[in-house]
Design a protein around this ligand. Structure first.
Ligand code: ADP
Ligand code: ADP
Ligand code: ZN
Ligand code: ZN
Length: 833
């Protein structure tokens, strides 16, 4: 393929795209921007990436090819100039508990090689050095390949003569039975059934369902209840007294089984759950069972994941796990200072070079604060994405089209430049880097910008602008351009909230890197938590405050992170976390059902004379019960096709063609529209249609106010973007009667939002605060920070070098603070005006 040919897209019609033609220059850094819902992802992911995947799946393997027929061809007439496409998004999170930063980046693999070559083993009994000895081979039929010279190498303690296994790379692998801790099998943690979780309410008796998993899993198993009654009779206790009044020894029998049991004797609930958990192949059951389990550090390896033979191999004073416990910056220093003799250096030169290369790419992209043994599951979407980007730098691939969604998420302005440099490196290796982004600095750095708009949904899907940053500044039609050149502004707040004068305060926060800090949250204000990545924001707000409040207000089971106490709880009466997770997991949920407006619409339909005549009741127009819903798809409009190894695919229901209702229901009309017609209306259209019914109109208006006027009322929850879901949740909150004492928590609400969307978001959040509530956001966006009432800045840096409270006060004051990076960047922004 000619190298500098453009990627030429003709007639793209995916989702809301209006049959557009676009040319994208190859080997450039390209930013696609536009309002949330304008069609950026539809172009980048659902058109370019989807087609790239489909075409190049052909060149992969017979195995991959068999799925080709099932991959939808994106609705586009023609695409030329494609080459292999790789998407690096934030949604693909790992759920493999064995994946760590070290394994993801391969750095741990190089460490294993290094320890195999130059590590010194010590005896696990007496601590003396273990030496390699050659002993003559006695058994003639030994098949070990390396022993044809009649000697075998063994490892023996120089003092107590205990023998040890050969040192091989797999000894240092917690994913191999050879190296893994025998107790936790290399996970570092263990899941055990937790008694408090299975008996949440000790005032209930067993017969009343006091043992929760029993009611859930065995309630209809006659046999089990019979056994239960038999055992109670055998040991003469009652199943009908509150559990708190049962004798300990009787409860022990219920929990751990008949002490005199034989094979078929009575098994206790704890044993049954543990056994089920180990045996099941069902992810669903596993998740259900995990609700009764608590994770704790493995008591044998203390989280180090390896067996003691592996942990007793050292370089200097350090075991491999001591190194994996360090953050990447410190590991780099350790590598550079390694004191090796000539021979060792010869063995390990190449290994160290490769490891340093990978460390550098991770540090360069701003992840130096992560430790190697950090479990991938606990990484944020942005962190995992940045690791994958950094990996690509070392992959030496060329001629690839990379497609990334918002890599700036979770990054403090200080670290954006690092990200940009990495993206440029990828590009300079002859790749095309296409980024869906809203971040100003990234747009400045781009070679080419494509602005999708003008609006969102049906009002979007066109290319409004394409060209350089300089050109977009002068473009009158581009909303993005008008924000970038300062004509339009995001924050215009002039009056700040005074607040109620009351506080919530966390005392002695110590989880992860937090340095035993006390933090006050002034109520009735718009509060921003700021600080560079890894400074401790999520730890403080999500792990400690969020979980603590969820526990206090909703008896949630998650355990709050380490802290001493919390004060001032009585000053709030409700806590609501508004994140970007889907508003529902099935196509049956949609904006209308979630906001509650659909209940009013259904009631309207059942109150129509014709419905009454036919005896249709309130449930008739619901998707959740039989009646008017399509019996084939149960009101989903789609049927799910489960595909092994691939995401489930939804296909339009053959019976109702996506209308979700049966013929009877579709024959009922209000002002000429049936209920399916109404679900197909956008919020804006529905507002006009229902302008005389205030119960419906008012709710719709709030959706419109948060910028979702374009959204079809019945659009499936499964197809909404994170930003759209979040704003639907906000709209729902706004439409409730305010308690005036609610505490809202939002984690980077500007994710996926364009300047213009952020402006609307701020408007909504401020309305919540106007009513006396408190809004707390974790944010990096300077426009949002600038207009907040109160800033809590953590830092100064990430990881061990963070976790302190650097500043708390107003935006006006923080710019004077010399220690705060946030202050520094806000000051620069203010200068620019
Ligand atoms: P952006 O990336 O600019 O935020 P999207 O490309 O995700 O926008 O969405 C463009 C429009 O298409 C939005 O109205 C969105 O709700 C809609 N949309 C996205 N995915 C689907 C889908 N799978 N089915 C139907 N509509 C969709
Ligand atoms: P921020 O939200 O400011 O980016 P975090 O609260 O995520 O920062 O992280 C603070 C520190 O705690 C970092 O060093 C991070 O690596 C560490 N950390 C965060 N979550 C975990 C976890 N689940 N396990 C171990 N360390 C963690
Ligand atoms: Zn262990
Ligand atoms: Zn159907």
């Amino acid at each position: 393929m000619p190298k500098n040919e453009n990627i030429i897209i003709k007639g793209a019609k995916v989702h809301n795209l209006k049959n557009i033609n676009v040319e994208i220059p190859r080997n450039k850094l390209v930013v696609i921007t536009g309002l949330s819902g304008s069609g950026k992802s539809s172009l980048a992911f659902d058109t370019i990436y989807a087609e790239g995947q489909r075409r190049y799946a052909e060149s992969f393997s017979a195995y991959a090819r068999q799925f080709l027929g099932m991959m939808d061809k994106p609705d586009v007439d023609q695409i030329d100039g494609l080459s292999p496409t790789i998407s690096i998004d934030q949604r693909t999170l790992t759920n493999n508990p064995r994946s760590t930063v070290g394994t993801m980046s391969e750095i741990y693999d190089y460490l294993r090689l290094l320890y195999t070559r130059v590590g010194t083993p010590y005896c696990t009994h007496c601590g003396a050095k273990v030496k390699k000895e050659k002993i003559p081979l006695k058994i003639s039929d030994d098949e070990d390949r390396k022993t044809n010279n009649k000697y075998i190498e063994i490892f023996v303690c120089s003092r107590c003569k205990e023998r040890f296994p050969k040192i091989e790379t797999r000894l240092f692998s917690f994913n191999s039975p050879y190296g893994a801790c025998p107790s936790c099998k290399g996970l570092g943690t263990k899941l055990d059934v937790d008694i408090d979780l299975i008996i949440p309410n000790k005032n209930l008796s067993i017969l009343e369902g006091g043992i929760q998993p029993w009611t859930k899993f065995f309630s209809n198993q006659q046999n089990y209840w019979k056994q239960l009654k038999d055992i109670a009779q055998k040991y003469k206790f009652s199943l009908d007294v509150p559990i708190k009044d049962m004798k300990t020894k009787d409860l022990q029998i219920i929990l751990y089984g008949d002490p005199l049991k034989d094979e078929d004797g009575f098994k206790g609930v704890v044993d049954i759950l543990q056994e089920k958990y180990q045996k099941t192949d069902s992810n669903f059951l596993r998740t259900e069972l995990e609700k009764y389990m608590k994770e704790s550090l493995c008591s044998l390896c203390h989280g180090k994941r390896l067996n003691k033979e592996a942990l007793n191999v050292k370089i200097g004073k350090n075991s491999i796990s001591d190194i994996a416990d360090k953050n990447l910056i410190d590991i780099k220093k350790w590598f550079e200072k390694l004191n090796l003799n000539k021979e060792e250096e010869k063995f390990s030169k190449q290994i160290i070079k490769e490891a340093l290369k990978r460390l550098d790419s991770l540090i360069d992209i701003g992840l130096g604060y992560l430790t190697l043994n950090r479990s991938s599951i606990t990484l944020s979407g942005g962190e995992a994405q940045r690791i994958r980007i950094a990996n690509q730098i070392n992959s030496l691939l060329t001629n690839v089209i990379y497609i990334l969604d918002e890599p700036s998420i979770g990054l403090h302005p200080r670290d954006i430049e690092k990200l940009i440099n990495t993206l440029k490196k990828l590009r300079d290796a002859n790749n095309t880097v296409i980024v869906v982004e809203h971040e100003e600095e990234l747009m400045k750095a781009a070679d080419y910008i494509i602005d999708v708009g003008p609006g969102a949904g049906v009002n979007g899907g066109e290319i409004i602008f394409k060209g350089s940053y300089k050109q977009i500044l002068k473009n009158k039609k581009s909303l993005t351009g008008r924000y970038l050149n300062g004509e339009l502004k995001v924050s215009q707040k002039t009056n700040y909230h005074k607040g109620s004068g009351k506080n919530i305060e966390i005392i002695g926060a110590k989880e992860h890197n937090l340095k035993n800090i006390n933090v006050k949250f002034p109520l009735g204000k718009f509060i921003c938590i700021t600080g560079v990545s890894g400074s401790g924001k999520s730890t403080l707000i999500i792990d400690i405050l969020g979980k603590l409040l969820a526990k206090l207000f909703y008896r949630a089971k998650a355990h709050p992170g380490k802290h001493k106490e919390i004060k001032g709880i009585k000053n709030i009466n409700k806590v609501i976390r508004i994140d970007q997770s889907p508003i529902g997991k099935t196509p049956r949920s949609n904006p209308a059902t979630y906001t509650g407006v659909f209940t009013h619409i259904r009631n309207l339909f059942t109150s129509l004379p014709e419905s009454k005549l036919k005896g249709y009741d309130a449930g008739f127009f619901s998707f959740n019960v039989d009646g008017g819903r399509c019996p084939v798809c149960s009101g989903e409009g789609y049927t799910k096709v489960e595909m092994q190894f691939l995401n489930d695919v939804y296909v339009e229901c053959e019976a109702c063609h996506g209308k979700r209702y049966n013929e009877n229901a579709l024959e009922i009309f209000y002002k000429g529209k049936n209920i399916a017609d109404i679900l197909a209306m956008s919020v804006e259209e529905a507002m006009m249609f229902f302008n005389d019914i205030s119960s419906i109109y008012d709710k719709l208006k709030i959706l419109n106010d948060v910028g979702l006027g374009y959204l079809p009322l019945g659009q499936s929850a499964t197809t909404l973007s994170g930003g759209e879901s979040q704003r639907i949740k906000l709209a729902t909150e706004l439409s409730k009667r305010s308690t005036g004492k609610t505490f809202y928590i939002l984690d980077e609400p500007t994710t996926g939002l364009h300047f213009d969307d952020i402006k609307k978001l701020l408007n909504v959040l401020n309305q919540l605060v106007d009513k006396g509530n408190t809004v707390l956001v974790i944010e990096h966006n300077l426009d949002v920070i600038a207009q907040s009432d109160w800033i809590i800045d953590l830092g100064p840096d990430g990881g061990e070098k963070g976790g302190e409270l650097i500043f708390s006060g107003t935006p006006k004051e923080i710019v004077k603070n010399k220690k705060s990076y946030t202050g520094k960047y806000l000051k620069e922004k203010n200068k620019k005006g």
